[in-house]
Design a protein around this ligand. Structure first.
Ligand code: 4NP
Length: 154
């Protein structure tokens, strides 16, 4: 059985490409066949590669994300993916607002998949220090383990 997961943040150059990479790594290690993608609610960075700091932290953790290109969420994503996972509450609100009436997709917040952190935002590392990206990587990696288990039992 195949599943599909779309991660959504604001710019699709920092947090959601890292979440995509972390889940890709988890699923590959578990031999799980899952379609994984990411997108942004905003359009400022459409066509751009991930932020160099995001590329660096992914690379330090064994994943190359240099080929990824940012794209904006579309209404067809709500039909094409089984799960759409927002990186923060504002992204989740934006997704709820644009969800087509008949879409059956599971919308959730990334931290709802981490015990004890439900409802929290993955902080945006874009304007912060370099080590913010290490924190983002740790957070999305922790969530990816639970999301992988969810996909395995579905
Ligand atoms: P992301 O970070 O949502 O994690 O990709 C951001 C990147 C760029 C901008 C905002 C957030 N921006 O406003 O350009």
């Amino acid at each position: 059985m195949s599943h599909s997961v779309l991660f959504v943040c604001l710019g699709n150059i920092c947090r959601s490409p890292l979440a995509e990479a972390a889940l890709r790594q988890e699923c590959a290690a578990a031999g799980l066949n899952v379609i994984i993608d990411s997108a942004g609610t905003g359009d400022w960075h459409v066509g751009h590669a991930p932020d160099e700091r995001a590329q660096a932290v992914a690379s330090r953790n064994g994943v190359d994300i240099g080929h990824l290109r940012a794209r904006q969420v579309t209404t067809s994503d709500f039909h094409d993916f089984d799960h759409i996972i927002a990186l923060d509450n504002q992204n989740l609100r934006d997704l709820v607002a644009m969800r087509p009436a008949h879409a059956v997709v599971n919308l959730s917040l990334l931290f709802d998949h981490v015990a004890g952190r439900a409802g929290e935002d993955v902080a945006d590392p874009y304007y912060g220090a370099e080590d913010g990206f290490d924190q983002t990587w740790a957070e999305v990696t922790e969530a990816a383990k639970t999301i992988r288990q969810l996909l395995e039992i579905e």
